[in-house]
Each structure stands twice: as structure tokens, then as C-alpha cells.
Design a protein around this ligand. Sequence first.
Ligand SMILES: C[S@@+](CC[C@H](N)C(=O)[O-])C[C@H]1O[C@@H](n2cnc3c(N)ncnc32)[C@H](O)[C@@H]1O
Length: 288
Amino acid sequence: MSKLNNNMQSAAGQLTLSNQDFDTFCEFFYRHTGILYESSKRYFVDKRLIGRIEATRCNSLREYLTLVRLYPDKAELQSGINVLTINETYFFRDLSQIECLAHRIIPELVATKKKKTLRIWSSPCSTGEEPYSIALYLLKHWPHVDDYEIEIYGTDIDTSVIEQAKKGIYSERSVQGLPPDILKTYFAELPGRTYQICSELRNSVSFEQLNIVDPKKTRAFRNFDIIFCRNMLIYFDEKSRKIAAEAFYDALTPGGFICLAPAESMSHITSLFKLRTFPGVTAYQKPI
Ligand SMILES: C[S@@+](CC[C@H](N)C(=O)[O-])C[C@H]1O[C@@H](n2cnc3c(N)ncnc32)[C@H](O)[C@@H]1O
């Protein structure tokens, strides 16, 4: 009977997952990503997970999880993570926050800075629109852009989005929020109504795979002035949010800022940061 439960086929012969399978997988996925999928995400998880189980020619979740554990270099674990993350993003998403960065936060930071450097980290960056948006906006609107050495990093747990970010090729939907002059100046139109960001900008952002809830890996990320962490913590449980918040705290220089998405709040996660309010925008600051 248990064999039947673990290896259920629908009448059409397609694999289906039991409630127990769903719980087992979500627990496994949580341990590796910090993401806690609830039953409201059942359809999404089932569809993507069944796709991976079938692609690897496994007959059940149990077989698939054994394969994930044995696969060299954890390659199938990474493929599973890649299909099960939600990567929604686009250029100039929540523009008011980037405006606040350029016109309020950065001027405040550089007023007391001795070195002419600025280190900015977009975590998570998904396919790269967020760090590129920051670079584009600063290039156009921050008058001191040439006086500072600006380093922008983008990291994400998903290796497929990191590869896309490095290529910098985007759909029409992704670039639709950009002003036409920016699109014309900094992007090349490619066949199939896609747009590639210019090589100067591609070279100005460094992309890397990183799991934010893996303290052994986040330890390498230090001395950032600004962190954008938007639309990721909503998928985490309380424990993962705390781990991420501590990683960001350690990565920031004293006085550095972290910006979350408008619907997110650091105050519910930790008291490590000071709440800062600017017109229409909330940010959090590491105390000096
Ligand atoms: C909805 S996107 C947000 C992208 C961008 N920050 C924005 O707001 O437009 C969420 C991203 O979080 C990434 N993510 C989820 N868990 C992660 C983890 N543990 N470490 C790093 N990135 C993670 C996903 O791969 C996904 O690309």
C-alpha cells in the first residue's frame, strides 16, 4: 500500500503526488533554501516537481530524492531549486525606492565617507533587472557617478537566473517600465523583440550564485554600503528571515542601508537595524 502511495499514477498515467509527498518535499526544500511553501502553493510545487521527477526518469518522489542525494556535485538538487524558485522581476520595479537611493540615501552616505567607493548588493537579483536598474539610474541621475568607484553585485540561489543575468537579454515585458531614451541608449534590440543590455553595463555588475541562508557562504560578503533585498523574505519562515537578516547585518558597514520591498518589514524580524523613513520610502540602517 505504501508503495502505491509513493508511486501513484493518475488515470491518464501521469505521476501525481500525495499530501505526504508534498509535505516531505517541502520540508526537504526548506532545509536547502529557507523557502517554506504552504499548501496554497500546492499546484505550483506539484507541477514543477513532477516535471523534474519525470525529466530524471524517476517513478516516485522517494526515488527522486534518493537521486538528488546521490547525484554528483549536487547538480540535480540545483536543477530542482532552479525550477522551484519564483523569479518574478522587471526593470524599474518600485522606482521610488531607486530614486530615494540616488537622491537621499547615497548623498547621506557619501557625506561622511572617506573613501570614494560605493558597494551595492542586490540579494536576490533574479535575472538581473534590479542591479542593472540601480546601475542605469545612477548613471543617468547621480551627478557624482564618475567620481566614485561603484561596485554592484547581484546574487541569487538559482543558477539559471544568474546565467540569464550575465547574458542580459530581456523580454519586452521586462523592459516596458524603462523610459524610451534609456532603452534606446543602453540596449540593443535583438530578433524576437528581445533587448540586450550593453556590454559596459553587463561588465559593471558582478553576478554570483549564493544561498543567503548558508552562513558558510555569506561570510565572504562584507563591507557593503547598500543592500537591496526585495521580494525574497516573503517566501521564508521566521527562522530563515532571521538568518538572512543577520547575514545582511554582517555584510553592511556601520551606517549602511538595507532596502526591502514596500510590503516587507525588517522590524518584525529583528531589532538590529534602525528604521529610517524618507518621503514615500522606508529603509533600514545599520547603527554606526
Ligand atoms: C521574486 S524574486 C525577487 C527579485 C528582485 N529582488 C525583485 O524584487 O524584483 C525572488 C528571488 O529570490 C531568490 N531566492 C529564494 N531563496 C533564496 C535563497 N535562499 N538565497 C538566495 N536567493 C533566494 C529566488 O531564486 C528568486 O530569484
